[in-house]
Ligand binder design. Structure first.
Ligand code: 5GP
Ligand code: ZN
Length: 117
């Protein structure tokens, strides 16, 4: 599994940096965001390093589907599925991506604004 030496999320995957991990399998891990914007704010990331969504090709579309499936299950586990939640993938500079390792935000537990940016 390809990882990047200077990537903070690769370090969470390898255990070099601690993360509050709530789920893991062979392909992905999920952990709590260090600066949560809502009562539930998890990040779902592939173990493999992809810099952003723009690096995803047809080969990895299953991976994105799996990330959505994991997020949906975590929403159930975190008891936010019924009231609703939001999945967000920021891509690149103008997309607001700060950490250059592909990640999906799962946010919920409060009324989120209708604004997308
Ligand atoms: P982005 O803007 O790239 O979509 O979101 C990056 C997210 O990663 C932010 O919500 C930020 O709080 C979170 N984050 C950044 N560094 C760390 C870290 O070391 N640990 C955890 N758990 N979250 C982090
Ligand atoms: Zn990485």
């Amino acid at each position: 599994m390809e990882q990047k030496m200077d990537c903070i999320f690769c370090h969470i995957v390898s255990g070099k940096i601690p993360g509050d991990i709530v789920y893991q399998d062979e392909e992905v891990i999920a952990f709590r965001d260090i600066n949560p914007q809502s009562p539930v704010h998890l990040l779902i990331i592939p173990r493999e390093h992809f810099t952003s969504l723009a690096d995803i090709t047809d080969k990895e579309t299953c991976l994105i589907g799996h990330m959505v499936g994991v997020a949906n299950q975590l929403a159930i586990d975190e008891s936010i599925s019924g009231d609703g939640y939001r999945l967000v993938i920021n891509c690149g500079k103008q997309g607001g991506q700060l950490v250059p390792h592909l990640h999906m935000h799962l946010m919920g537990g409060r009324q989120l604004s209708g604004q997308l940016g």
